[in-house]
Design a protein around this ligand. Sequence first.
Ligand code: 5GP
Ligand code: ZN
Length: 114
Amino acid sequence: MDDCIFCKIANGEIPSSIFYETEDLVAFDDLNPPMPVHCLIVPKAHYANLAADVPGEVFAKLFAAVPVVAHMKGIDESGYRVVINTGKDAGQTVQHLHVHVLGGAPMSERMFKK
Ligand code: 5GP
Ligand code: ZN
């Protein structure tokens, strides 16, 4: 999709720190990490978000990539948090489906509060 930053990262138009890639997805470090490890898993196909009629197999591949990415980043033993922001109230800023994987230090338990 034109003018979508994650489409451009996924197809190599914009340089990024892609450290894992399959036929269907890429994983790269977030530009602005609040945690020692913060990476994003992004399908190569464009879907605006979780609610955009995403085929089940896309979710299956995204979630299957999570433990792989966590292992590559060395946080599979210590644990990690997986987040998919969807829409305005969740603070979704990039309108291309992506899975955040966060870890590397203990996290607040307060993420479900306002
Ligand atoms: P959202 O707020 O949509 O759930 O997450 C978007 C994430 O993408 C943010 O954590 C932001 O730091 C990250 N991000 C935005 N633009 C870029 C970019 O050009 N490169 C990388 N690596 N991350 C980006
Ligand atoms: Zn896109």
